[in-house]
Design a protein around this ligand. Sequence first.
Ligand SMILES: *Cc1c(COP(=O)(O)O)cnc(C)c1O
Length: 420
Amino acid sequence: MNDSAFHYVDGALHVEGVPAASLAEQFGTPLYVYSRDALTRAYRAYADACAGRKATVHVAVKANSNLAVLNVFERLGAGFDIVSSGELARVLAAGGKASNTVFSGVGKSAAEMREALEAGVKCFNVESIPELHALNEVAKSLGKKAPVSLRVNPDVDAKTHPYISTGLKSNKFGVAFGDARATYREARDMANLDVVGIDCHIGSQITEVSPYLDAVDKLLDLVEQIESDGMSIRHVDVGGGLGITYDDETPPDIGDFVRTLLAHFEERGHGQREVYFEPGRSLVGNAGVLLTRVEYLKPGEEKNFAIVDAAMNDLARPAMYEAFHRIVPVMERKASARLYDVVGPVCESGDWLGRDRELAVEQGDLLAILSAGAYGFVMSSNYNTRARAAEIMVDGERARVVREREEVKQLFAGESILPD
Ligand SMILES: *Cc1c(COP(=O)(O)O)cnc(C)c1O
């Protein structure tokens, strides 16, 4: 954590120039805190490695869709990758442009297609033949041509968690590799579609480059066949999925990853082909932490529990994927450490944030759950009628509320009781 936006000064965790403890005092806990500098550096790592090439970064909105986060990327020149019309609305509200936005997702509704076509999205990443027909119909009803790319399932093993691996045959995503060429011919023959690209997304939290190189090889083989069928493929979208360090993973550095992929396009004689990237986690994951306060310590015969005020409704990844997040003290203590399970107040045994963690803590202490910027707040819920956390963006010495803490009365404002 030395050169990162999250670091210790005299035993006190800081986010850029701001002590984390003062953020917790001022804004309460649980609290999501993002670093503008960390977001910026991650984006620039992609953008700088793309410089001089026809290559575009489309930020995967689903990893963190806070308007301030999207706006930081928008100001840096990013495009966006969305999976719902709700995310399109967020991109537009954050100052992003539909014309820089690609629309992914396996189950787009006709209403969502209509909204996206009217807004003028750059490309629909289509995942099935029925979806092609549906999009063609919607485009026809609007008197438009929809730009399309087909998401092809390259059947490569991304070597990641089964829940976040998406490029295997057994998966619900994309058009099977063997069906892709015929599917492109069908798309070509639909009057209100305009074939512009090809895409894949092989999984998430991928820590090696080789699955991407395998996927690019398969996609480029297809591109050559599709172009011989009379279509021109302007861009190849390699998706997102690059991993980050939560614990001891060693994913490739972003710049190295991008340069290796772009070099591979060149080796294959496709150096002029436009390349799209759709990173999510690798842009935002290590740019955010979740601050939480220890409510109670509960020593036991088999286990010690540190019961904190954040829970699975705030950060679902441990409960959902048994994901590991580092948990560190906001103020380092000299006292000796013990092993704790760090758990929340929700009435589920699955409500844990970390297991067997060596911590020197006392009741009332603050902890920081690291690497919480991706699939953190966006996956939070109101389970147990818990109001969702506030989100803060730190920029140098300043901290701004970028989403207010929910109030309980908001949670049932739309509910009503029977009249009799
Ligand atoms: C989720 C997703 C991404 C982003 O994935 P990360 O692992 O967060 O980089 C990109 N593209 C598509 C189609 C996705 O579904």
